[in-house]
Design a protein around this ligand. Structure first.
Ligand code: FES
Length: 170
């Protein structure tokens, strides 16, 4: 009988110990979870939010539209700084623009639709040429030779007070 009481008492002590350690575990887990959430807030604002802003862009002023020679593409270069989290990054590139009396201003991205090399306008052949895989595009940006299957991307633009503004996607 006494042996049974001792055994039951030991069992109760072990159960209590288990409950206490389970309670301590749950408390620690909740506190740790709260700490992780608090630590994640600045990380989300620094790392995640800027990446969600990708896909936005910037209107870049390329100056007077009448400086473009008629019926021929001109390379217009740009460079500006963007903020990625706490880092300032330079954005550099160029677009191809032309103006004519019939269609007004037309602006193409310089990025080849195949694998994103930069295309160059060849005045002699009157083609956009991609040096990477010999892709060719006609003056309307349509693919005519090589691997590209999609046209060059026409960039949104507007002319305000005689200046060409092009929307560059980041
Ligand atoms: S990247 Fe231009 S043809 Fe391949």
């Amino acid at each position: 009988m006494l042996e049974n009481k001792v055994s039951i008492s030991r069992q109760t002590a072990v159960e209590n110990q288990f409950q206490i350690s389970r309670r301590a575990f749950l408390t620690t887990s909740v506190l740790a979870g709260g700490a992780v959430v608090l630590a994640a807030i600045p990380m989300v604002s620094i790392v995640v939010l800027p990446s969600l802003k990708k896909g936005t862009g910037k209107w870049v002023d390329f100056g007077k539209a009448d400086k473009l020679p008629p019926d021929d593409f001109s390379m217009l270069s740009y460079e500006f700084m963007t903020k990625d989290g706490w880092i300032d990054l330079p954005q550099r590139g160029f677009v191809w623009a032309k103006t004519d009396a019939k269609n007004g201003v037309k602006v193409f991205s310089s990025t080849c639709s195949h694998l994103a090399c930069n295309v160059i306008w060849n005045r002699d052949t009157r083609m956009f040429e991609c040096p990477c895989h010999t892709g060719r595009f006609d003056p309307d940006g349509l693919p005519v030779a090589g691997p590209p299957k999609k046209p060059l991307f026409l960039l949104p633009h507007k002319v305000e007070e005689g200046k060409i503004l092009v929307h560059i996607t980041l």
